[in-house]
Design a protein around this ligand. Structure first.
Ligand SMILES: CCCCCCC[C@@H](O)CC(=O)SCCNC(=O)CCNC(=O)[C@H](O)C(C)(C)COP(=O)(O)OP(=O)(O)OC[C@H]1O[C@@H](n2cnc3c(N)ncnc32)[C@H](O)[C@@H]1OP(=O)(O)O
Length: 291
């Protein structure tokens, strides 16, 4: 049964508590490609638990995540045709590598793009330290519900995405992905079968399983952390991006970065822009450790 504006807006997503170990942080970092250069000791700080381990800030998107709750038929969402449209992260404190976190997720808005076009679902997750209640991160998602257009909801409001400058980028970084990248990334608890099962991918209209949008986000986030943050994770503050085309595991993600924090990414093998309208904010080096 399809949803109405009221039924989906009032859908309750249970709070999630997650006990976090160093292994979780290392797994996340490896699953978005950290450690591929064994001579780069800056990367090893995120993947070698025997060092003074640091968490990749983009890991906030998988922490205390409610899983693929949209697959519940009670929601009325056509889950096979769902794709991730946009993602934002606001970082309030550096993430711990051990401890317990609580994630509270809620649906914050719905937009009807019309029959045959789809619907946008906005959601927000707030991540706190379970012991102290300290706010760690707020992550905001736009889910493009390709199979649910024309449900009778409002046509807006839709926020204008950030436009990158028209000048050439100041840095270009090539990030390889592995053929089994999505299978590693799933181990973070992101278990939508679209990323692993060829039959589900075909039903969704893709020739093979596609990479999780949030895996691409982690890979692009790695490039941003290197270029704009000099691998100092405490300097990362904000990120916003739009997923403009799917990435297939095994492809290269070429990240184009401007000094003002704007970014975009393309897959050179197909010359397709896969991430657009990107904007990242990093604090100055002296402000990084100040919180
Ligand atoms: C934390 C939980 C989050 C939930 C995660 C969901 C589960 C995950 O497991 C699924 C995934 O990870 S999928 C992988 C990542 N995402 C993708 O690969 C999607 C890539 N993008 C597309 O396919 C198309 O851009 C597409 C389909 C998004 C839009 O394509 P088109 O219809 O061709 O777009 P277009 O005609 O150009 O525009 C239509 C209107 O929509 C707006 N728009 C375009 N791209 C958008 C996007 N990415 N996000 C939000 N809005 C978008 C356009 O502005 C346009 O608006 P208007 O009608 O006002 O002009």
């Amino acid at each position: 049964m399809a949803f109405t504006y009221e039924s989906l807006m009032s859908h309750h997503i249970p709070e999630v508590r997650q006990r976090l170990s160093k292994r979780d942080s290392v797994l996340y970092a490896l699953s978005v490609g950290f450690g591929q250069d064994p001579l780069d000791t800056s990367q090893l700080e995120f993947v070698d638990a025997h060092r003074h381990l640091k968490a990749v800030p983009m890991m906030s998107v998988v922490l205390a995540h409610p899983g693929f709750w949209m697959a519940d038929p009670a929601t009325g969402i056509d889950a096979v045709r769902v794709v991730h449209g946009e993602q934002r992260i606001a970082m309030h404190r550096p993430l711990p590598v051990e401890g317990e976190v609580i994630g509270t997720t809620r649906i914050t808005g719905l937009v009807d793009k019309g029959e045959g076009r789809g619907a946008l679902m906005y959601s927000e997750k707030v991540v706190r330290d379970a012991e102290t209640g300290t706010l760690l991160a707020t992550t905001k998602s736009t889910t493009f519900l390709r199979g649910n257009g024309g449900f009778g909801g409002p046509p807006g409001p839709v926020a204008e995405p950030h436009s990158p400058p028209e000048t050439p980028p100041d840095s270009v970084v090539e990030m390889p992905t592995r053929p089994e990248q999505a299978l590693y990334y799933r181990l973070n608890g992101d278990d939508n079968p679209l990323h692993a099962d060829p039959a589900v991918a075909a039903r969704a209209g893709f020739p093979r399983p596609i990479l999780h949008g949030l895996c691409t986000l982690g890979i692009v986030g790695h490039a941003l952390l290197r270029v704009l943050g000099d691998y100092d994770s405490a300097r990362f503050r904000e990120l916003a991006m739009r997923f403009s085309a799917p990435v297939y595991p095994g492809e290269t993600v070429r990240v184009e970065i401007w000094r003002d924090g704007s970014f975009r990414a393309r897959v050179p093998e197909r010359d397709v822009v896969v991430i657009n309208n990107g904007r990242a904010v990093f604090a100055a080096p002296e402000e990084g450790a100040a919180r």
